[in-house]
Design a protein around this ligand. Structure first.
Ligand code: NAD
Length: 482
């Protein structure tokens, strides 16, 4: 699939991201100096390191790219995939810079990847590779709670983050904030509730925010609420699964198709996401799933008739070769870069609405930020207030009961005296971030009425914050006309 894409596209992933910046910069009238500074990738570490596996020694290829260090730490996911290359890592690191600015989290952008197919390695070997990689990063000063903090991405999960944290702690036991060297850890290893599903939940909140504005729903050519939308999701990994699950369970949207590596399952009446996922985890594919119709042609399924398409697997899935065929009215980018620059142009001309990656999937880095602050504060969220809030709630209920003849019913009483759990606080912080980001993007669209698409508006929002930061520290002069 990737090979076809490369043939069709006339530019690389990173070049496409840079052109999206250029497009936004043009609307803003940014000078060439500013654009050059923003686009430059600050540092790329290339590694070839030997690892002794169970039955052989292998040399692993990897990269860690820091796109921007205007804010520290630089933050980004670690990907294990045979398709990883320097261009991809640089593009993904740049997206992280823009995403962090939109999410309003004080991080620079980074990304790393190892060129391995994790499905071809045992758990033992993956642990050895991850530990060795962490040592390599530490030796070169590319991992530290204050400067470089990885997170999970494609092919990695809380398990790999735990191995990284443990290796780092072994290397630097005197580092008080060692837990904060990586985010996306399991709960009992310094993780925060709500991180695993954060990106999917963020996508759900992004959609809920859009559907709060009937005029925007209508502009996108959609009708009704989220519950009446027919949704196709590509990828049943972390992002795809949690998005599909949240939308089907909480919003009652109908997930009519799930696309995976080995094909697609469809069901016009809606797939049971829990069942599909269980089947997928047990068998490693979708073929044979009883609750829907299977076809091996997953690529074609991107062109299915539906309301919302959520590509949540990998980049360049909607490209110059299939953009004309996409039937969805709204595309929500769960993955990073699933729509190429050229496809984006075509979709814009066709009037297809896109909620771009730099906004739609920023839930992951937002909750990573919560986890990082929790690690450096060494205290769980709400520890000081929870009981206090519960007592205040109890006092309120007592006062209401005394002052009124009608007693507060049990359900309301329970809600009033319940102090917020850590998960409640994380979810509320995430929802607030998605909502604020959407409003900020809408403000940009009001300020630049000629900008009609969410991607350009998102980039304008991000660039505005980043260049201001660079100007404040005296690196560029925004007013200079070049
Ligand atoms: P993951 O490894 O958990 O899931 C990826 C899924 O995509 C897997 O189930 C895989 O089998 C499937 N897949 C691979 N190739 C496919 C193909 N050709 N067609 C259909 N499905 C295919 O990874 P993830 O963490 O869910 O990340 C997915 C995307 O979301 C990536 O682009 C990643 O950068 C982006 N993202 C992830 C996070 C996060 O918090 N994990 C945050 C923001 C963005």
């Amino acid at each position: 699939m990737m090979m076809d894409t490369v043939k069709i596209e006339s530019m690389t992933f990173r070049e496409g991201v840079d052109l999206m910046v250029d497009r936004a910069a043009l609307f803003m009238g940014l000078n060439a100096d500013a654009v050059r500074v923003v686009k430059a990738c600050n540092a790329v570490l290339q590694l070839k390191f030997p690892v002794k596996l169970k039955d052989r020694t292998e040399v692993i290829n990897g990269w860690w790219a820091i796109h921007s260090a205007h804010r520290l730490p630089a933050k980004g996911g670690l990907r294990y995939s045979p398709l990883v290359c320097i261009d991809e890592v640089e593009a993904l690191a740049a997206l992280m810079t823009y995403k962090c600015a939109i999410a309003d989290v004080p991080f620079g952008g980074a990304k790393g990847g190892l060129m391995i197919n994790p499905m071809h390695y045992s758990e033992h070997d993956l642990r050895e590779i991850t530990r060795r990689f962490t040592i390599e990063l530490a030796r070169k000063d590319f991992i530290h709670p204050a400067t470089n903090v990885p997170a999970p991405d494609m092919g990695t999960s809380s398990r790999e983050m735990m191995w990284i944290a443990d290796t780092y702690k072994t290397l630097f036991p005197e580092e008080l904030n060692h837990d904060a060297c990586v985010t996306g850890k399991p709960l009992n290893h310094g993780g925060v509730p709500g991180r695993v599903e954060a990106t999917g939940k963020g996508l759900q909140y992004a959609l809920q925010e859009l559907f709060r504005h009937p005029e925007l729903v209508e502009q996108a050519g959609l009708h009704g609420g989220l519950s009446s939308q027919r949704v196709v999701v590509q990828g049943l990994g972390n992002v795809g699964y949690h998005t599909a699950k949240s939308l089907s369970e909480d919003n009652e949207s109908t997930i009519i198709a799930i696309i995976e590596r080995d094909g697609v399952v469809t069901n016009d009446n809606g797939l049971n996401i829990h069942d599909v996922r269980q089947y997928f985890v047990e068998t490693g594919g979708l073929k044979g799933f009883a609750g829907g119709k299977y076809s091996p042609n997953g690529d074609k399924a991107l062109e299915m008739d539906c309301d919302i398409l959520i590509p949540a697997a990998l980049e360049s899935q909607i490209h110059a070769g299939n953009a004309m065929e996409i039937k969805a009215k709204l595309i929500v980018e769960g993955a990073n870069g699933p729509v190429t620059y050229e496809a984006d142009e075509i979709l814009r001309q066709r009037g297809v609405t896109v909620l771009p990656d730099v906004f739609a999937n920023l839930g992951g880095v937002t909750v990573s930020y919560f986890e990082w602050t929790r690690n450096i504060s060494h205290m769980r969220f709400g520890r000081l207030q929870r009981q206090y809030d519960a007592i205040r709630g109890q006092n309120l209920v007592s006062a209401m009961n005394e002052l009124s003849e009608k007693k507060v019913d049990d359900e309301l009483q329970k809600r009033l005296i319940k102090g917020a759990s850590e998960l409640d606080l994380v979810r509320s912080g995430l929802e607030d971030t998605m909502s604020m980001a959407f409003q900020d993007i809408r403000e940009v669209m009001k300020q630049y009425p000629e900008v009609k698409d969410y991607r350009t508006a998102s980039y304008i929002l991000a660039l505005g914050k980043i260049v201001q930061n660079y100007e404040d520290i005296g690196l560029i002069d925004i007013k200079k006309n070049i």
